[in-house]
Design a protein around this ligand. Structure first.
Ligand code: 5GP
Length: 115
């Protein structure tokens, strides 16, 4: 599978506004934000989408992604007011980049159901 734009961000081949990094996780601001806070939380290993995840194999990684989301939400001051976490999986959900990513959105009131 070819490298996605997110692999290039991980490898510092293209710039991004990185807000959080650990050995396994990177998080950076979305280039086209849909809310005042819109951050993408990604694993450093290449996994195309949620479909390739299993609870058994990836529980540590998923836990790390949730820990990242909570820590970033606190730093961005949206932890109290609330935030949304989204995985888009596949064409109908509007997934554009086939490197797993968790959207962290906040800083405004959001609607439900989503469009
Ligand atoms: P998806 O639709 O796949 O769930 O979300 C992909 C997200 O990646 C979109 O919100 C899009 O704005 C963001 N994105 C695409 N290319 C880049 C990029 O080069 N840099 C950054 N920071 N975000 C990107």
């Amino acid at each position: 599978m070819g490298k996605t734009i997110f692999s290039k961000i991980i490898n510092r081949e293209i710039p991004a506004d990185i807000v959080y990094e650990t050995e396994s996780i990177l998080a950076f601001r979305d280039i086209n934000p849909q809310a005042p806070v819109h951050i993408l939380i990604i694993p450093k290993i290449e996994i195309p989408s949620v479909k390739e995840l299993s609870g058994k194999e990836h529980s540590k990684l998923l836990g790390d992604m949730i820990d990242a989301a909570n820590e970033i939400a606190r730093k961005e001051n949206i932890s109290q007011s609330g935030f949304r976490l989204v995985f888009n999986c596949g064409a109908d959900a509007g997934q554009e980049v086939y490197h797993l990513h968790l959207h962290l959105l906040g800083g405004r009131k959001m609607n439900w159901p989503p469009g």
